[in-house]
Design a protein. Structure first.
Length: 407
């Protein structure tokens, strides 16, 4: 089998790239280890930056998100018995959209398949070969048989545990990592929303977050021991913990409902440099992980894909390789800024041991962020998404013609 761009991984990064390349007339094949059903039901994050929603709408996959997603113009920070609103739209002119990652994946799969796109589900890549040649190969297994996909470029969008990153020789990559000494206990609840906008709460018992998925389904998290067993938590104990961390003196209380899913996620920051080796380009979680506190994970993957799509379009449409050469450098600038923001939000909101000095500093920081327009604007511009750096660099004609939305 042969194609122009071989994509390992059918999450949001791989599928979006395949879709955007198709709009530019570039052929791709997506290999995905999991089944379509698993991809479409797996609960992940749900906050889309303004730039992410704009891209989905402009490239023709935003129609259901437009109808079913909820646009939020602010978030709340809660600490020391106070709840303060950050006016995202007032400060930046931009908003966020709450729409589950698996819903984005559903929309992308349907759009690709309707357009005749090739997504091979339950096809697990076993190895990447000849990455430093002009015709790299992906070996994969499907239906118990070995296959090979030859291509011009390989895109590794197969997540943190995928085969792509380890295919870069160890001497050609540097990995940066920070593990946080806690996890997030996440629940999905059948209940009406407790609040119109997200609440990020710093409490002496630990961090908690009230988010939403739809008018009927809510998403909540609280800081926990990363080695804890989710099944050891009864529903009563979960609600007791959430009430203790979130309820306010003025009588506001978190709305309970039937817990339909629970699980614990570990918290880490991770970046690999560079994000490219020969004709292999890493994108999304295969190259970087951020803790979920800044809501950046999927948005960073989408930003990588925008750069990569332009670089590949530059190659196929204009015969230029400079954007491919600079892919890693351009992406990493944004990745490190998002890593910094996610680390900062995490540090400000979680409980780290019993250090009263650090706790006082956190409260001072929250007080500052919620009372200074400059500090609030800094949070808001990072939260709603920094501008795409590449946009200001390309000549207007090329910017138009290689834009992911040009179709
Ligand atoms: C979510 O709704 O899953 C969510 C929201 C905000 C975050 C992380 C996760 O920072």
């Amino acid at each position: 089998m042969r194609t122009q761009v071989g994509i390992v991984g059918g999450g949001p990064a791989g599928l979006l790239l395949s879709h955007l390349l198709h709009l530019q007339g570039i052929e791709s094949v997506v290999l995905e280890l999991r089944s379509r059903k698993t991809l479409e039901t797996e609960i992940r994050a749900g906050v889309l930056e303004q730039g992410t929603t704009d891209l989905l709408v402009k490239s023709g996959v935003g129609e259901r998100m437009w109808r079913e997603g909820a646009v939020h113009h602010g978030i709340n920070l809660q600490f020391s018995g106070r709840r303060e609103r950050i006016d995202l739209s007032g400060l930046t002119g931009r908003a966020i959209t709450l729409y589950g990652q698996h819903e984005v994946v559903k929309d992308l799969i349907r759009t690709r398949l309707d357009a005749g796109g090739r997504i091979l589900f339950e096809a697990g890549a076993t190895g990447l070969h000849d990455l430093d040649s002009r015709e790299p190969r992906i070996r994969f297994q499907k239906d118990g048989e070995e296959h090979e996909l030859r291509c011009d470029f390989v895109v590794g969008a197969d997540g943190f545990h995928g085969v792509s990153r380890p295919s870069i020789p160890p001497q050609a990559r540097t990995e940066y990592e920070r593990k946080y000494p806690f996890g997030w206990f996440g629940i999905l609840v059948e209940a009406p929303p407790s609040t119109n906008e997200l609440i990020y709460a710093n409490h002496e018992r630990g961090f908690s977050l009230v988010s939403t998925r739809s008018p009927e389904i809510q998403r909540m998290y609280f800081q926990c021991d990363p080695d804890d067993d989710a099944e050891a938590w009864s529903d009563d104990r979960i609600w007791e913990e959430l009430h203790a961390r979130l309820d306010t003196r003025d009588g506001w209380t978190v709305t309970e409902g039937k817990i339909i899913q629970k699980g614990i996620v570990a918290m880490r920051s991770f970046v690999v440099e560079p994000m490219r080796y020969g004709r292999l380009f890493l994108a999304g979680d295969s190259a970087h992980i951020v803790p979920p506190t800044g809501a950046k994970g999927m948005n960073l993957a989408v930003a990588d894909i925008q750069v990569l799509c332009r670089a590949l379009a530059g190659f196929y449409l204009y015969n230029r390789t400079d954007l491919l050469e600079r892919y890693s450098e351009i992406c990493l600038r944004r990745v490190w800024k998002a890593s910094r923001f996610s680390w900062w939000m995490t540090s400000m909101l979680h409980r780290f041991g019993d250090d009263p000095f650090q706790h006082r500093l956190q409260i001072a920081e929250l007080d500052y962020v919620t009372s200074s327009r400059a500090a609030a604007t800094s949070l808001a511009e990072n939260y709603t998404g920094l501008p795409m750096e590449l946009d200001s660099e390309l000549p207007a004609r090329e910017r138009e013609q290689t834009a992911p939305s040009a179709f």
